[in-house]
Design a protein around this ligand. Structure first.
Ligand code: FMN
Length: 173
């Protein structure tokens, strides 16, 4: 698939099959994430955690739901949650920029493999704030969850491509 087609095909998936993704696909997605550009090439300032334990996913979902009183599973039933964690960076915002590029690669790689993804903000905040959840991530010293990505087989295939459109305002000077 051409890169531009993959970009047009990618959409946030908010309903997943229970069945986990193939291990080979997971390995590919993780490798693609690791090929993302990272400020100053500091790949050791990032860490990826694959959460597939049903009980842990349930706990995360419950805690996120509690914090915003939403009715729907905030992880949308995804059988895998990828947690992108970062070391505190002296350059303000660099940790979030790096995590975003990693997430960007990850979601496009997953789309290419026919998998669904959804970037999720709140679970990272909850995982960082709740000690009992943070501990279960078994992160190396100094790392904090920055961004998470739900990953799985979409409940329904959607092969429609987004229209070309300029959603973000542009000015030229
Ligand atoms: C930083 C960031 C945080 C997001 N957090 C959530 C979230 O918590 N829940 C959710 O359903 N979608 C979340 N999204 C997905 C966006 O809502 C979605 O990407 C946007 O509406 C565009 O739709 P599309 O991904 O289908 O193109 C997030 C996206 C980004 C980039």
């Amino acid at each position: 698939m051409e890169t531009l087609d993959t970009i047009r095909l990618r959409k946030s998936t908010r309903a997943y099959q229970e069945e986990p993704i193939d291990e080979k696909d997971l390995e590919t997605v993780l490798s693609v994430a690791s090929l993302a550009p990272v400020g100053r090439g500091e790949y050791d300032s990032l860490h990826l955690t694959v959460v597939q334990d049903a009980e842990f996913l349930h706990q995360i979902s419950q805690q996120v739901s509690k914090s915003h009183q939403g009715g729907r599973d905030p992880l949308y039933g995804a059988p895998t949650l990828i947690v992108i964690s970062s070391k505190e960076n002296p350059s303000k915002g660099m940790d979030y920029s790096n995590a975003s590029f990693v997430a960007g690669n990850l979601i496009l790689g997953a789309t290419e493999l026919g998998l669904g993804t959804c970037i999720l903000w709140k679970p990272a905040k909850i995982l960082a704030a709740k000690e009992e959840l943070h501990q279960q991530l078994e992160l190396p010293e100094g790392f904090e969850p920055t961004l998470t990505v739900a990953l799985g087989k979409p409940l329904k295939d959607d092969t429609s491509k987004k229209e070309w459109s300029q959603r973000i305002d542009v000015n030229r000077v």
